[in-house]
Design a protein around this ligand. Structure first.
Ligand code: PGA
Length: 254
């Protein structure tokens, strides 16, 4: 088994009020009492609930992350939230480059890389999402797309951060659709990601944690998590129910 610490992350996207988020977190603690599991367990609520959820989960094995970040630290940047502020609010991880940010907010590969670097600068751990769109998949361009998305990230991040940094491979055609790649295909692409990063940063090859994301649910998680190059999952819709997510947190990996 690899030395990499597995990760299970639940990205709620734009769901749940602060009160709903707090109730979910309290329920999760009841469902999953200590002792801690051998994996990082992570809730990623909307940013307005981050502090409240962190307060509920403080002292438990659960950590909190953010769904996005803006550049800079503090300043005249109306509406922006920096990695420094996220860190102060209790975030340990920050997702950058989710396909919805790329698609609906026009985020480029270069901006995503700058965001990842800002996350690392603030002492937080980036979860960099990459993945091909349906038409790119059909045209057989998946590896080319992943390499293009990774290139500025590899350039922007310092070598030392790869011992904790996370890449989430999320085929866009699998997000919220109920369609998934075969575990073998997902593993092959996780391996490709590892090889691509390792070509520039040899130590990162075996260190970087690579997650699979896209229509993961309690029924299919184990088959992805069991693959040798996949270190966990980034879960959207199926993380919205605490009972389902607790069940996923307990999945046996070996
Ligand atoms: P999904 O979303 O699990 O609902 O497909 C995954 C994601 O967008 O990270």
């Amino acid at each position: 088994m690899s030395q990499r610490r597995p990760v299970l992350a639940g990205n709620w996207k734009m769901h749940k009020t602060v009160e709903e988020a707090r109730a979910y977190a309290r329920h999760l603690i009841e469902l999953l009492p200590e002792p801690p599991l051998d994996r990082d367990l992570l809730l990623i609520p909307p940013v307005v609930s981050l502090w409240a959820v962190q307060r509920v989960l403080s002292g438990t094995q659960w950590q909190v992350g953010a769904q996005d970040v803006d550049l800079g630290r503090e300043g005249a940047m109306t509406g922006a939230v920096s990695a420094y502020l996220l860190s102060e609010a209790g975030a340990r991880y920050v997702v950058v480059g989710h396909s919805e940010r790329r698609q609906f907010f026009g985020e480029t590969d270069e901006l995503v890389a700058k965001k990842a670097a800002a996350v690392v600068d603030a002492g937080l751990i980036p979860i960099v999402c990459i993945g091909e769109r349906e038409e790119e998949f059909v045209a057989g361009h998946t590896e080319e797309v992943l390499a293009r998305q990774l290139a500025p990230v590899v350039k922007a991040l310092p070598e030392a951060c790869w011992s904790t940094a996370v890449i989430a491979y999320e085929p866009v055609w699998a997000i919220g659709t109920g369609r998934v790649p075969t575990p073998d295909d997902a593993n092959r692409l996780a391996r490709f990601i590892r090889d691509t990063i390792g070509a520039t940063m040899p130590n990162a090859h075996d260190q970087v944690r690579v997650l699979y994301g896209g229509s993961v649910n309690p029924g299919n998680l184990a088959q992805f998590w069991a693959m040798p190059d996949i270190d966990g999952a980034l879960v959207g819709g199926a993380s919205l129910k605490a009972d389902d997510f607790a069940q996923m947190a307990l999945v046996s990996i070996d």
